[in-house]
Write a protein that binds this ligand. Structure first.
Ligand code: NAD
Length: 355
């Protein structure tokens, strides 16, 4: 698999640990820091450390609690504090070894510490490999709103190591798989057909499929790095999905994963696509049945539609208070900037409920 050139950095897929060691050595960094969470510290760090033995005295590990609950200003301040305590200077490097939480928060902490130090991403979940790995978005949640504080800052490089996925719980595999399915739905019908052929229950998608997803996302991101237009196509499923994800984070002890919420969102937005953007009934049924078979049903009482709609109104894509969705015209082709009314969005939730 070739290296993918993203906006202004490479994404490596082969010999990633060697590539990372070479990168550190050539970068002449004064010191480097590996950010992990409690799970990646256990499952992924030993493999990385086994390749860093000759650099033993030149790095520190910073570990945070796992999960979205940690992606906030308090944990971020903890990272800044550790960097200060460890004496990180402007020629330090941060290696974010973890899922999207570590990548987003570590990227944000690095991009703001001393007005920005270099960082690289080593994503360890399927979701972070196929989605968060390209695009340069960093950030944290704040005031119960996801990713509301953040920057567009590119990492110096991304290293995608498929071996890390072996310890990933099945639910997390499914979470990333939702974004892969989205890539097929918005850009590549053949890829959608190949993915849905993997069936249910899902086995771990191959390194080649991960590569294809990154290539699709990268093509979109490179054409519109700051999300002024076409990049919004990546938001298919996310207007409803983000609202449901936030709702679940606020209300459920065992909250939905990002991918579970996006899968639900894609069903609703496929229904909106059928109503408003020409998606055929046959393709709507195909999408709904594939997603329904893979992802658990999430009960959405009619009474929570108002709350969900209020959350959709906080979506970053909205303009002038109007809710702006990305829809698909057919599988493999999408269009952006569809204004959807409260009634349409609530009807799409009802469609999901009745499936
Ligand atoms: P996560 O980082 O919370 O990881 C999920 C769980 O898997 C955690 O418990 C983690 O400790 C564990 N884990 C990670 N790697 C593991 C491994 N190899 N083996 C065993 N367990 C492992 O969540 P995520 O799903 O990776 O990412 C979700 C976050 O990513 C959200 O905050 C979302 O906003 C963000 N995101 C960012 C972008 C972007 O473009 N920057 C894109 C998509 C999602």
């Amino acid at each position: 698999m070739d290296t993918i050139d993203s906006i202004d950095y490479p994404v490596y897929f082969e010999d990633t640990l060697t590539q990372l060691v070479n990168f550190i050595e050539q970068g002449n960094y004064s010191r480097f820091f590996i950010l992990t969470d409690e799970h990646t510290g256990q499952h992924c760090l030993p493999l990385l450390q086994s390749r860093l033995e000759h650099l033993n005295n030149n790095y520190d590990v910073i570990e945070v609690n796992a999960g979205e609950e940690s992606k906030n200003i308090d944990f971020c301040a903890g990272i800044w504090k550790m960097l200060i305590d460890f004496g990180a200077d402007r020629h330090s490097l941060m290696i974010n070894l973890g899922g999207g939480v570590i990548g987003d928060m570590g990227g944000f902490a690095a991009s703001t510490y001393k007005r920005g130090i270099d960082f690289v991403q080593m994503p360890t979940t399927l979701l972070s490999q196929v989605d968060a790995s390209v695009g340069g978005k960093t950030g944290i949640d704040f005031d119960n709103l996801k990713n509301i504080i953040g920057t567009f800052t590119s990492p110096k490089a991304v290293f995608i190591e498929h071996a890390f996925l072996k310890t990933l719980p099945e639910r997390q595999v499914l979470s990333g798989y939702a974004e892969m399915l989205k890539h097929g739905l918005i850009q590549d019908a053949a890829y959608w057909n190949e993915l849905k052929g993997l069936g249910s229950p899902l086995s771990l998608p191959s390194a080649q499929l991960v590569y294809q997803s990154v290539a699709i996302k990268n093509k979109v991101v490179v054409s519109d790095p700051f999300e002024k237009g076409f990049r919004k196509c990546l938001n298919f499923g996310h207007t409803v999905g983000h609202a449901v994800e936030t709702y679940s984070l606020q209300n459920d002890d065992n909250h939905l994963t990002h991918g579970e919420a996006v899968a639900l969102g894609m069903i609703c937005e496929a229904w909106l696509s059928h109503k408003k953007a020409g998606l055929s009934l046959e393709e709507l049924n195909d999408i709904s049945s594939v997603l329904k078979a893979l992802y658990p049903k999430y009960v959405l009482e009619d009474s929570c539609h108002t709350v969900l709609y209020a959350l959709m109104k906080t979506d970053k894509k909205n303009q002038n208070g109007l809710i702006n969705c990305t829809l698909i015209n057919r599988i493999g082709e999408c269009s952006i900037d569809h204004i959807c009314t409260e009634e349409e969005l609530c009807d799409s939730l009802s469609y999901y409920n009745k499936l």
